[in-house]
Every structure is written in structure tokens, then in C-alpha cells.
Design a protein around this ligand. Structure first.
Ligand SMILES: [Zn+2]
Ligand SMILES: [Zn+2]
Length: 601
């Protein structure tokens, strides 16, 4: 895949940033311009403006940008000396500061550190000249005037050079695409992402709450969220049981020496909390489950007949994250991993890897995330940072690739992406908004068995070292549920829904009838709610729909007479009266098969 930085889209966006700066300078001739790079899905430019921007300003600037683009101006590159650059940008104080950095070397035209000497260049289109090393399109005509927008997102404040002691600038965001359809699609996805924001839905659906009195980055799971979480972990437990995993449970803190042995301390010190002194020992809030599992392995004499040994735990770990980085469920300070460690002989590596990849594939497909690819991280042949002998690495890498092949996975191999302790396989899942999430990491490890001196007695009667595989399909349950909420926009498949059925009597006299149905459903393990409020029926339906409850079973006189209920789906579909037995049988089928469909199993 070509790098974004080398793509035409990148040049288009970078050029659009220059055009935007020209339009802003025309509108505000005294404005000071700072920097304007392309970013992931667009570009921005930072300005020091004489007054705050009104929406009309942005519209006018955008219109002017389209006009400039249509005029067809070439982008001209010029090499200049520092003195010439200072002359060109004499009245632009931020550029002067950047020129100083360029002249001294070690800084690019955005003020970012770079290696090597710098040639100072400018790019000019029409009346606008910028300190820039490109790349740009040859002519503004290469920018599609119908595929740009600077009004899609509010301008925001940004400190000059990210330094809170410096000037506060106005950052105007823009996006540019090759076609108007692409722009429209992007704007639609942005809208959808906003609508699906798990922080908003988490509150609306009563899933979780984050309260600073409890602590930043420490979500509290409310009953609805806890049910969702339990349903997910039950599902995983069942899948793991079927795949031969054994459960283990380990504590939330461990002696510092455990992590010294594993190497997690002090090497990962920056992502951990400070040790806790207890009597004359030091403990660490558990940053990883692996060391504990290694000690379980080590607690018994192991023979090759005991392997593979697959130890699984929903283990809660704590990692230090800066408070500024915390966000909803995606970046938290304490989270639970659906963790497992497999201890295998070298001969078992391939089949165990296939087993793990199979399990991950099954789990994601069941959850309706069938759009994924895999990435194999291998060692960098130039580097000597790796533990374990190269021959074992080669075998393990071959086993991972073979597993991908046998499973027909869409995979890429990326050299140098392995950890120092072994090659790995990452699953990258695309959600409905086509955003990619790295989930389901599987990691081969030669290091921990060595550090913990793990052994098994082979068929030859000799002691051998097992290979360890770390794997966590969801990774962090918190982050994964955040992704799931957005993927489903809170409308989970019936088997995952915190409340599966809302029973709605039309009048009070129908209450007893619906309670009878509720009792039958509960006895079969369904999660149901009877709406016995005084609300009108239409209101009750609306509330259930807003709570994304998959099924509404409504009963009035006619339903009772016929031994039926009127079935409505949260999608708004009205299925009419259906005999109660039939409804219950259908729901049982849908839930037990973990169907992604609401009515057809
Ligand atoms: Zn530029
Ligand atoms: Zn691990």
C-alpha cells in the first residue's frame, strides 16, 4: 500500500491548506499565519486573527477557496536563503520563528524535529507564498472545488507550537477529497460517528458512568452495562471451554519481585503506577496477567502430556495513562483483558496458533464484525534486539503464516513489527463506519518461559522449555465494548441486549396478562421489563425504542382473547398479533443461536 504521504490525496489536501490560507489572508489582511499541514482525513491551518470567526466568515472563505481553485493557479517552488525567506515573511512573526529553526537546522517548516540539513523552500500559488517543502499538486485545478469543506467542523483553539505559554491561535479545519461523492460519504460517516459516540450512548442507555470522585479513567458499570459485559464474557467463557482452555483467577496486585523476574519492572515503569509499600515488601498494581500465569504453570511438574496448557482469565490490569489522554471507554486506567496464555511444545505451535486464530475469527463473526484482516509482525533481520534463537523465530513465523493461509485470512506480513520477545499476529477489524480497530493480538513469547525458567519433561525424559502464546481477542473489555456500542449504535443483537423484551399492556386490565408472559420469558432466561407506568401506549413504545429494546410485546383485549401478543421490533416494524407460544419459541431460537437478525434466526 502506498504511503498516505506519497498519495495524490495528500498533495491535494496540502495544497487546499495553502489555498485556505490565501483566502483567510484576503479576508483578514492583518492575520498572522502559523502552520498548515495535511492530517489524517483533511488538513488544518493555524491563524492569529484580529477577531473571532463567525459562521459567515467560514462560508465566505470556503466560497473564495472554490474561486481560487477554479482560476487554475500553478504551485511554484522556490529555493531561498534564510535572509530571503526573512524578507518574504517580514510581517509574519510565526514564519520568522520557523525560519530561525530551519536556519539552525534540525527543524522542519512546521517546527518539528528532523534529521539532517534543511534547504529552505517556498511554494507560491497566485498571491500566496508559504514556507514549505511540499509536496503539492502542480496546479489548483487538480483540487476538486466540489470536494472541499472547511465548514464541516468548528474551528478550535490551538497553542502556537502546542505550548500553553504561547499565543492561542485559531485552527481552521478543512477536508478535501477527489470527488464530491467521497466528500459526501465522509461527511455522512462523521455524522454517524457523532450519533454513535459510545460516551453519549453509554449514558443514554445507562451502560456506564465515569465520575471524577471515583477517578478519571475508571468507569463504573451500571446494571445494563454489567449485563452486556457478563453476556460477552459468558460467551467467551463458553467458546474457550469448547476450545480446551482452563480458567484461573489471580489477584490485582503482585510482589514487585514478580515483575522484576518477568522484566515488566522496571522496563515498562512509565505505564505503571508506583509500587505500594506493605510492611517491608513492595507490590505493584497488576499491569499484566502473564507473570501470574507463569507462576501457575510453574507450581506443578509439567510433562509433555500436560501440554498444550491453556490458562484463561478475565484479568483486570492497571496502566498509567495521562489524564489528558483518557477518553470514555477507549482510554482508561483500569481495564479487564480477556486474557489467556498457552504453553506449548514447538511441535504444537502451528495447531495451537490455528486454534487461537479460529477462536478469534468465530468470536468476531458472531458479533457481526466479519470485516477483518490480519497482520503478521516479524523480526527485523537487521536488528539484534530479539531474544530466542533465529531458527525458532523462523519456525514460529512460518507457523503463523501457515495458520493464516490455512484459515484463508486476508493478511500482510510486516517486518520489524514483532516485539523483542516473539512474532505476533494482530487482527484489524473494520466497523460499520469502516474505521479500523486493532483487536485480537496473538503473541508468541520466548522470553517469559526463559525468565521464569519454565520447563516440561519431554518424551525423551529430558527437561525442555515450553513456548508461550499470549492472546486476547477483545483485548480490553472496556475498549471493546466501546467499539461494540458504536458498531451497533447501541442497538445490540437480541442475545446481547441488556433488556431483550419490553411488555406493554394497552390498559391496566391487561397488566396481569403481560405479567404472565413476562414470567414465562424470565423462566427461560430472558431479560424482560413490564411497562406498568401510566404512560400512553405510544409513549411506552417510544421509550422502549429509545432504549433500543429489540422486542415490544403489546397486549390489549383482542390479544388476550386470541392468546396472542402484538409484536413490534425496535426498528419500527409492526408484525401484528402472533400466538404467545410462537413468539416465545421464535425468541428462544434467535437468542440461543446468537442471531444478528431481529426476527429471522
Ligand atoms: Zn505547505
Ligand atoms: Zn500475556
Amino acid at each position: 500500500m502506498p504511503r498516505y504521504e506519497d498519495s495524490q490525496l495528500y498533495r491535494i489536501r496540502h495544497s487546499a491548506a495553502h489555498v485556505m490560507a490565501q483566502a483567510v489572508l484576503e479576508a483578514f489582511p492583518t492575520a498572522q499565519i502559523a502552520i498548515g499541514p495535511p492530517i489524517e482525513d483533511g488538513f488544518y491551518y493555524d491563524f492569529d486573527l484580529p477577531r473571532p470567526l463567525e459562521p459567515e466568515d467560514l462560508q465566505a472563505i470556503e466560497a473564495r477557496m472554490r474561486a481560487i481553485i477554479r482560476e487554475g493557479h500553478p504551485f511554484n517552488r522556490k529555493v531561498v536563503s534564510a535572509a530571503e525567506a526573512r524578507q518574504i515573511f517580514a510581517d509574519q512573526k510565526y514564519k520568522i520563528e520557523l525560519i530561525d529553526g530551519l536556519e539552525k537546522g534540525g527543524r522542519d517548516e512546521y517546527g518539528n524535529p528532523i534529521d539532517g540539513p534543511v534547504t529552505i523552500t517556498t511554494f507560491q500559488q497566485d498571491t500566496f507564498e508559504d514556507l514549505c517543502r511540499g509536496p503539492h499538486v502542480a496546479n489548483t485545478r487538480e483540487i476538486n472545488p466540489d470536494a472541499i469543506s472547511i465548514t464541516f467542523r468548528e474551528p478550535a483553539g490551538a497553542y502556537w507550537r502546542g505550548d500553553e505559554n504561547r499565543e492561542m491561535l485559531t485552527r481552521i479545519y478543512g477536508t478535501a477529497w477527489e470527488t464530491a461523492e467521497q466528500l459526501e460519504e465522509y461527511l455522512h460517516l462523521l455524522e454517524e460517528a457523532k450519533r454513535r459516540d459510545h460516551r453519549v450512548l453509554g449514558q443514554k442507555l445507562n451502560l456506564f458512568v465515569i465520575d471524577t470522585l471515583v477517578g478519571k479513567g475508571l468507569p463504573l458499570w451500571k446494571p445494563n452495562g454489567a449485563i452486556l459485559r457478563e453476556t460477552l464474557t459468558d460467551f467467551m467463557r463458553e467458546a474457550q471451554r469448547n476450545a480446551g482452555y482452563l480458567p484461573v483467577v489471580t489477584p490485582h496486585i503482585g510482589n514487585l519481585n514478580l515483575y522484576r523476574t518477568s522484566g515488566h519492572y522496571p522496563y515498562y515503569k512509565d505505564s505503571q503506577y508506583n509500587p505500594i509499600q506493605v510492611e517491608d515488601e513492595e507490590f505493584l498494581l497488576k499491569p499484566m496477567n502473564c507473570p501470574h500465569h507463569c507462576m501457575i504453570y510453574k507450581s506443578e511438574m509439567r510433562s509433555y502430556r500436560d501440554l498444550p496448557l491453556r490458562l484463561a482469565e478475565f484479568g483486570t490490569v492497571y496502566r498509567y495513562e495521562k489524564s489528558g489522554e483518557l477518553s470514555g471507554l477507549t482510554r482508561v486506567r483500569g481495564f479487564t483483558q480477556d486474557d489467556a496464555h498457552l504453553y506449548v511444545t514447538p511441535e504444537q505451535l502451528l495447531s495451537e496458533f490455528i486454534g487461537v486464530a479460529d477462536l478469534i475469527k468465530y468470536v468476531f463473526s458472531t458479533l457481526g464484525m466479519s470485516d477483518f484482516r490480519a497482520r503478521v509482525g516479524t523480526r527485523d533481520p537487521e536488528s539484534d534486539k530479539y531474544v530466542g534463537d533465529p531458527a525458532s523465530w523462523e519456525k514460529a513465523t512460518a507457523a503463523i503464516i501457515e495458520a493464516c493461509e490455512q484459515m484463508g485470512l486476508d493478511y500482510t506480513v510486516e517486518a520489524g513489527e514483532a516485539a523483542f520477545y516473539g512474532p505476533k499476529l494482530d487482527f484489524i477489524v473494520r466497523d460499520v463506519l469502516k474505521r479500523e480497530w486493532q483487536l485480537g493480538t496473538v503473541q508468541v513469547d520466548y522470553n517469559l518461559p526463559e525468565r521464569f525458567e519454565l520447563e516440561y519433561i519431554g518424551a525423551d525424559g529430558e527437561a525442555h522449555r515450553p513456548i508461550m502464546i499470549h492472546r486476547a481477542p477483545f483485548g480490553s473489555l472496556e475498549r471493546f465494548i466501546g467499539i461494540l456500542i458504536e458498531h451497533f449504535a447501541g442497538a445490540f443483537p437480541a442475545w446481547l441486549s441488556p433488556v431483550q423484551v419490553a411488555l406493554i399492556p394497552i390498559a391496566d386490565r391487561h397488566l396481569e396478562y403481560v405479567r404472565g408472559i413476562a414470567a414465562r420469558l424470565k423462566a427461560k432466561g430472558f431479560r424482560v421489563e413490564v411497562d406498568d407506568s401510566n404512560n400512553r401506549m405510544g409513549n411506552k413504545i417510544r421509550i422502549a425504542q429509545e432504549q433500543k429494546i429489540p422486542y415490544m410485546l403489546i397486549a390489549g383485549d383482542r390479544d388476550i382473547e386470541a392468546g396472542q401478543v402484538s409484536v413490534r421490533l425496535r426498528s419500527g416494524e409492526d408484525l401484528g398479533g402472533i400466538p404467545v407460544d410462537e413468539v416465545i419459541a421464535r425468541l428462544e431460537q434467535i437468542v440461543s443461536s446468537r442471531s444478528l437478525e431481529l426476527w429471522s434466526a
